[in-house]
Design a binder for this molecule. Structure first.
Ligand code: ADP
Ligand code: MG
Length: 341
């Protein structure tokens, strides 16, 4: 109220700052899954297991076989604004890792019970850290790699907890995040379990097979490969034939430098390329990766990094539009050629 005496200005305690940030960084269990998976990939893992309980609300435990964290750095991993991925503004402009903000683990640890167990290849055994960066690192056991076990998300912030949807809905979002990331990295094996049951397992393979596993046989039997390089841009992947289109936009996967994005420029370019072959009420299916020098794209737009900004969005639009259009045109030419007369 206006008449109340204003409080003096005070610096907020660390824990509270992380809890406020958590609202943006981890708005639901699937966001935790995304952050942990990105960390595992940044650590060079080739095998990642995601264990969920009760839609991720009760538990999210991710185990990888990446490079691990040396014991003396474990508290820093859970501290806010601490990262091994960038050290300067110049690094930020060329960032090649999925993470770089150094706030995910601190945010998660401020709104859930977290246990970090990790071992580097040269360590005689694993180490464990429970709770936060203030905890004590104790000896543990386990193979090289890292497990981050997150329990009871939002146990201490009931207002946020109330916004969570049903177990099935939260699980669905988590599984979608795993699919998005697994599609981008066929060179990594993924296992997903929910309430003790293995739901998905994808072995290391290549993109054609991984995309068939994740998008289904309907897509696998009706997709066109493309791979084009235009100046500094390389676009590759698969676009679905109109017969693989859907009534919902749930078969659309676009990656920029390995990062799943939903970007207006890219979606518009694809849509425009399909204009002649697809009805306006149908959604094309596709798995496309656009790669470029990291300096040409700003991924630091939002904490979730699902939005990006291109240095030259016109060039990006043209590159995507023409590549998709050419891929679609090539088949109609081929199929005409194949038609017996
Ligand atoms: P960021 O990924 O932006 O650096 P995080 O809070 O997600 O911030 O992680 C903090 C740091 O902890 C990382 O920079 C990395 O050094 C380390 N780390 C986190 N997860 C893993 C993991 N699975 N394997 C190895 N190191 C990890
Ligand atoms: Mg991270």
């Amino acid at each position: 109220p206006e008449h109340a005496t204003p409080r003096p200005i005070q610096a907020l305690p660390d824990q509270l700052i992380s809890q406020i940030a958590a609202g943006e960084v981890v708005e639901r269990p699937s966001a935790v899954v995304k952050e942990l998976l990105e960390n595992s990939l940044d650590a060079g893992s080739t095998q990642i297991t995601v264990r969920l309980e009760e839609g991720g609300v009760k538990r999210i435990a991710i185990t990888d076989n990446g490079r691990g964290i040396p014991p003396d750095q474990m508290p820093l991993a859970l501290a806010r604004h601490a990262t091994s991925k960038i050290a300067s503004l110049d690094d930020l402009e060329h960032v090649g890792t999925l993470g770089f903000r150094g706030e995910a683990l601190a945010s998660i640890a401020s709104v859930a019970y977290v246990t970090l167990t990790t071992r580097t290849a040269d360590a005689p055994h694993a180490w464990e850290l429970v709770g936060s960066h203030l905890g004590t690192v104790t000896p543990s056991s386990g193979p090289t790699g890292t497990t981050i076990d997150v329990r009871d998300l939002y146990y201490n912030t009931p207002a946020r907890r109330k916004f969570l949807k049903s177990e099935q809905t939260e699980y669905g979002h988590c599984a979608e995040v795993v699919r998005r990331i697994a599609l981008a990295r066929p060179d990594v094996a993924f296992t997903l379990t929910h309430n003790g049951r293995t739901v998905e397992h994808w072995n290391v393979s290549e993109i054609a097979r991984r995309s068939a596993q994740i998008l289904g046989d309907g897509f696998a039997g009706a997709r066109l490969p493309l791979d084009e390089t235009v100046g500094p841009l390389r676009i590759r992947g698969f676009v679905g034939l109109p017969t693989a289109s859907k009534a919902r936009a749930d078969g659309q996967f676009f990656y920029v430098n390995g990062r799943f994005v939903r970007d207006k420029v890219l979606m518009h370019a694809v849509r425009a390329a399909y204009e002649d072959v697809l009805h306006g009420d149908r959604f094309p299916s596709y798995v496309l990766s656009l790669d470029m020098d990291p300096a040409l794209v700003d991924v630091n737009v939002h904490p979730s990094k699902i939005e990006v900004r291109f240095r030259d969005s016109r060039a990006v639009h043209q590159c995507v539009f023409h590549a998709v259009q050419r891929a679609l045109a090539a088949t109609s030419a081929t199929s005409h050629g194949n038609t017996p007369s």
